[in-house]
Design a protein around this ligand. Structure first.
Ligand SMILES: C[S@@+](CC[C@H](N)C(=O)[O-])C[C@H]1O[C@@H](n2cnc3c(N)ncnc32)[C@H](O)[C@@H]1O
Length: 273
């Protein structure tokens, strides 16, 4: 077996170890560790989340897209791949990043509100995604896609399911953005979710996964959703045994942070073992 490559792109936060995010209300009112099943995922306000996160292209997403693009352009475009994006929410850019590499893309979601949003949005995506595509299309691989809007409509389909029930060794390429650490405040569920994602990919399958660093949870409209306050060490510890190549990147807080209560973003790229 080829030796594993692990590269860290500095600077990194060290130490701390995995922790449940601190409760934001009285500990008596809110248990410190809540499970994925404790939250009303079907009431996730997809439109609010899209408006807040993706209506315009943020600088941190720009950095992530450039890094994922520069990794994906190194892959052989002639292999016919079935890709998966896990916990898509109302974010289309992970699917757009896989577009020239896949004949089929599964958008795998748990929340019925997000499923409805995705089913509508993939038919002809909103103009706001053009800025994300233009950033990808700097590279000839992406530029060669004739009509990304029509291509996404042709290759993407939405599937309902839980990350904890993903089959093993099914997909040829995978993305998972801000999901494993943002669906529970229980560290063991973060680890189980991340392992489930990586083991759903075939051996050697390329992947890109993004995480909020040290997130304390997040509001979507009037609802509060959970997080595990992870660091880059937690991502590395969890992925180390299931990857043959692992590159870790940290994106610090930008001038205009998305919200309070996180320290930055973490991006992991590589190949599943
Ligand atoms: C913070 S959002 C991330 C959305 C999107 N990927 C992004 O990049 O912004 C977390 C997502 O995980 C989904 N989710 C929650 N529980 C899940 C589960 N058990 N399996 C799969 N997805 C789940 C939510 O519905 C939501 O879309």
């Amino acid at each position: 077996m080829a030796p594993k490559r692990l590269r860290r792109n500095s600077p990194f936060v060290t130490g701390d170890g995995i922790q449940p995010a601190a409760p934001t209300t009285s500990p008596l009112l809110r248990a410190p560790t809540e499970l994925n099943s404790d939250f009303p995922w079907d009431e996730f306000d997809s439109y609010w989340y899209y408006d807040h996160n993706y209506k315009t292209l943020r600088d941190d997403d720009r950095q992530i897209i450039q890094t994922v693009r520069d990794f994906f352009v190194t892959l052989d475009p002639s292999s016919h791949r079935h890709g998966i994006d896990v916990g898509s929410g109302s974010n289309l850019y992970p699917a757009l990043a896989m577009l020239p590499l896949c004949h089929e893309i599964t958008l795998y979601e748990y929340s019925t509100s997000n499923i409805s949003w995705l089913q509508r949005e993939i038919q002809s995506y909103s103009p706001s995604w053009d800025a994300f595509w233009q950033l990808l299309a700097v590279a000839p691989l992406y530029k060669s896609v004739d009509s990304p809007r029509a291509t996404l409509a042709a290759v993407a389909q939405v599937e309902r399911g839980s990350i904890f029930d993903l089959p093993r060794s099914r997909w040829d390429i995978g993305t998972m953005f801000f999901t494993a650490e943002s669906i529970s405040s229980t560290p063991a569920e973060f680890q189980a979710a991340l392992r489930s994602f990586i083991t759903s990919l075939r051996t050697g399958a390329p992947f890109a996964a993004a995480f909020m660093e040290k997130s304390l949870g997040y509001d979507v409209g009037t609802r509060r959703f959970p997080a595990v306050a992870i660091t880059v060490n937690d991502v590395e510890n969890c992925l180390a045994t299931n990857t043959e190549v692992l590159d870790l990147h940290r994106i610090g807080l930008t001038e205009n942070p998305l919200r309070n209560g996180y320290d930055g973003m973490i991006l992991a790229t590589g190949r599943a073992a």
